[in-house]
Design a protein around this ligand. Structure first.
Ligand code: ZN
Length: 398
């Protein structure tokens, strides 16, 4: 989990390297930006650098941990006493005392899940820790930080407390954390990571140096998918098109059968454009392909639909140039489709799908969103054709 294993994020690595070089390390940082772009990875890499005994100067003004010294090896296993990673935890057993450490409060089952999740995190800092019913960063975890802060004078090096998904602190935890943050400490750095900065109390945020972490550039994300997961370039490109700069999102898509999902959603579009009985068939087919999917996967389906339609639009605008087509393995099919609908209102359709994605994110009933999307596609594709005018549904509310 050195900087060198963090994908992209050169700007942030440079900022942190400069702070390290100038011995101007902040008392507290807040690394913020979208999910899955490596905020925890940066925090762990920085914590490791701050404790490494022989930091390495690299090109582009980046300084990285040596990955060889004992401190680096301990940090790699998440076992360095100076580095503490705090995450949300489930409620403890009954009959535990308030002053017990948060891990002592967990049942044995939960403790073993916690241990294996931490191991996965140490092996891959992009791993998202998932412990059942762990929604809140508990007061007990903040008390543990306080206890460790008090012990810090006896330790060598710099102590780093990383609070992952810091927005999960409830009011009680945040208030307790604020008190710790307000006290002056030598050789201690707090790093909060969050994709929901606005959910953190302003009083906490104002005491942190806020560092925005960028989305990952296309080629670096594609390269990472190819090298870490042995993907073919074309496959990585397809995943990248939907991951939108998030490695975490790319990983969640990797286990999906992207090709068959794309086939399903394009078939659905074809049903929506049928002359007759499209409405009933749409509902039947939606039940088959969408009813078992969560919101993330429905969003992916809609993004696939948008990308397919965007490719059709591209073919209409630039008929003799294939290089800008993203669904490269489907060029012939896309061309045929685009030729069949020369008068489609592509801008309106793509805008409408973006709105549908927003609705999915905002918990609108997914069945209604999907059906409305397909009916709106029908309107956008057929509006200017006699086919639509002949068969326009009278009860068609969009
Ligand atoms: Zn080292």
């Amino acid at each position: 989990m050195s900087f060198s294993s963090v994908i992209a994020q050169h700007r942030v690595k440079t900022i942190l390297s400069r702070a390290f070089k100038e011995k101007a390390i902040a008392h507290a940082y807040c690394f913020y930006g979208q999910d899955g772009i490596g905020k925890d990875a940066l925090a762990l890499g920085f914590a490791k650098l701050l404790n490494c005994t022989s930091p390495q100067y690299q090109e582009n003004d980046i300084i990285d941990a040596c990955n060889q010294c004992k401190n680096c090896k301990d940090a790699n296993r998440l076992e360095h006493p100076n580095i503490m990673l705090i995450t949300a935890l489930p409620a403890g057993k009954v009959n535990t005392k308030n002053e017990d450490s948060p891990l002592l409060q967990l049942s044995e089952d939960m403790l073993s899940i916690y241990a294996s999740e931490m191991k996965l995190k140490s092996e891959d800092p992009y791993h998202v820790i998932q412990i059942p019913n762990a929604q809140i960063i508990r007061l007990a975890s903040i008390r543990e930080i306080k206890k460790n802060v008090r012990m810090s004078a006896m330790q060598e090096g710099r102590r780093v407390f990383i609070i992952s998904q810091a927005e999960r602190m409830n009011m009680e935890s945040a208030n307790a954390f604020l008190k710790t943050l307000e006290e002056p400490h030598d050789n201690i750095t707090f790093i909060l990571t969050t994709s929901k900065k606005d959910a953190l109390p302003q009083t906490v945020l104002s005491r942190c140096q806020q560092v925005y972490c960028d989305l990952l550039p296309t080629q670096e994300l594609v390269n990472a998918l190819c090298s870490k997961h042995n993907l073919e370039e074309s496959e990585a490109q397809l995943i990248n098109a939907f991951a939108q700069g998030s490695y975490g999102r790319a990983l969640s898509y990797m286990n999906e059968d992207m090709q068959s999902m794309r086939r399903d959603i394009v078939d659905l579009l074809r049903i929506a454009l049928k002359r007759k009985q499209y409405r009933l068939d749409l509902m039947k087919q939606l039940e088959i392909i969408a009813s078992d999917k969560d919101r993330t996967m429905l969003e992916l389906l809609l993004r696939m639909l948008a990308l397919w339609i965007r490719d059709c639009h591209y073919v209409v605008n630039v008929p003799n140039e294939d290089s800008g087509i993203i669904n490269k393995d489907q060029i012939e099919s896309i061309k045929k489709f685009a030729q069949a609908f020369p008068d489609a209102d592509y801008h309106a359709i793509l805008h409408m799908i973006e709105q549908s994605i927003e609705h999915i994110r905002r918990n609108v009933n997914p069945g209604i969103v999907m059906l409305t999307t397909m009916l709106s596609c029908r309107e956008g594709f057929l509006l200017n054709t006699s086919e639509y005018l002949d068969h326009a549904p009278k009860d068609h509310v969009i």
